[in-house]
Design a protein around this ligand. Structure first.
Ligand SMILES: Nc1ncnc2c1ncn2[C@@H]1O[C@H](COP(=O)(O)OP(=O)(O)OP(=O)(O)O)[C@@H](O)[C@H]1O
Ligand SMILES: [Mg+2]
Length: 286
C-alpha cells in the first residue's frame, strides 16, 4: 500500500483497556483545536470505541447547537459475513480507501487499533510515523510488551506485540527507509507515588532501551476521562457540568496540561497556517 503524505499516528497495544481509544481521540481533537486537518481511522471492528466517540460528539454538538471540530472519520464495516476471507478483504478495502482519501488532504491521520492482532492491525503499524503505546501503571500490563526477570525487573523475553511492532518497523524501513518512532506513554498514573510506580518506571526504561523506543510523559488517573465518552467531549473542549461533573475544572486543566506535554514529547511535525484553521466536515463511512 502506498504511504500517506500525512503524518500517521497509530495508537496500539495488545493490552485491552490500556487507554488506546481515549488517547487516540484526545490526540485527534487536540490537533484539530490546534488548527490541523485531521483524519481518523478506527481499525477496531468489534468495539469501535473511537467511532462511537465521534458519533457521540456529533450528537452532542447537534443537541447543544455548539460547533465542535471533528476529524474526517472512517471505520470498518461492522457486519460480519460467513467468510473470513471476504470479511478481511472488505476491511482491507475500506482501510485502503480511507488512506487514499486522506493522504493528500489531512495533516495527521490517527489510527486507533484493537487490543488483538489482525492483518489490519499489522498493516496499520507498518504505516506509522509515530506509534503511541499507552501502558497502564502496572507491572502486569508491561508483561504484554516483554516478560520480566522477577529478580532484576528487566525484560528477558519479547512479547507477541513487541514482535509485531518490530516486524512492522522492518517492513516500513524496507519500503520507505524510515523507522517508526515508538513512544510508550504511561496512562492512568496513580497520583500517589508508590513502590509499584517506581518499579513500573524502571521497567519501562529497561523495555525502551531493549526495543529502541521512548517513554513519554503520561496521563494521570482521572475520573473525568470516564465521563467524557458519552458526550464525545475531550479535555480540550469547553466542558459543562453534565459532561465534566462537579469540580471537574481543576482536573480538566491538569489533564489538558498533561496532554500538551505528551504532544510536545511526541515531536510531531507541527506547522500552523491560517488555511489549516478550518476543520474538515465529518464523514462516517458506511
Ligand atoms: N487517564 C485515565 N484516567 C481514568 N480513566 C481512564 C484514563 N484513560 C482511559 N481511561 C478509561 O479506561 C477505560 C479503557 O480506555 P480505552 O477504551 O481508551 O482503552 P483501550 O485501550 O482503547 O481499550 P480496548 O483494548 O478495549 O480497545 C475507559 O473506561 C476509559 O474511560
Ligand atoms: Mg479501544
Amino acid at each position: 500500500m502506498a504511504r500517506s503524505g500525512a503524518h500517521v499516528i497509530v495508537v496500539g497495544n495488545e493490552k485491552g483497556g490500556s487507554g488506546k481509544s481515549t488517547t487516540a481521540f484526545h490526540l485527534a481533537i487536540y490537533l484539530l483545536h490546534a488548527g490541523h486537518r485531521v483524519a481518523s481511522i478506527d481499525v477496531d471492528s468489534r468495539q469501535q470505541t473511537f467511532t462511537h466517540y465521534v458519533r457521540n460528539r456529533r450528537a452532542h454538538s447537534q443537541e447543544r447547537g455548539v460547533d465542535l471540530p471533528s476529524p474526517k472519520h472512517f471505520h470498518l464495516p461492522s457486519a460480519w459475513g460467513d467468510s473470513r476471507r471476504e470479511n478481511d478483504q472488505a476491511e482491507f478495502d475500506v482501510f485502503r480507501r480511507a488512506i487514499g482519501e486522506v493522504e493528500n488532504t489531512a495533516d495527521f491521520v490517527i489510527i486507533d487499533t484493537p487490543g488483538f492482532d489482525t492483518n489490519l492491525t499489522r498493516l496499520a503499524h507498518s504505516l506509522a510515523d509515530t506509534l503511541v503505546t499507552p501502558v497502564n501503571d502496572s507491572l502486569i500490563d508491561l508483561n504484554v510488551l516483554a516478560r520480566m526477570d522477577a529478580e532484576t525487573g528487566l525484560p528477558i523475553e519479547t512479547s507477541h506485540y513487541a514482535r509485531l511492532v518490530q516486524r512492522a518497523r522492518s517492513e516500513r524501513l524496507a519500503v520507505t527507509n524510515e523507522s517508526v518512532d515508538w513512544v510508550l506513554v504511561r496512562n492512568r498514573i496513580s497520583m500517589l507515588g508508590s513502590r509499584n510506580a517506581r518499579q513500573v518506571h524502571a521497567t519501562l526504561d529497561g523495555i525502551a532501551t531493549r526495543f529502541g523506543c521512548r517513554v513519554a510523559d503520561g496521563i494521570a488517573e482521572r475520573v473525568i476521562f470516564r465521563s467524557l465518552f458519552s458526550s464525545g467531549l475531550t479535555v480540550f473542549d469547553p466542558l459543562d457540568d453534565e459532561a465534566g461533573g462537579e469540580g471537574s475544572s481543576v482536573s480538566h486543566v491538569a489533564a489538558r496540561q498533561e496532554y500538551r506535554n505528551l504532544v510536545a514529547s511526541l515531536n510531531l511535525p507541527i506547522i500552523l497556517s491560517p488555511a489549516q484553521a478550518v476543520a474538515e466536515p465529518m464523514l462516517l463511512s458506511a
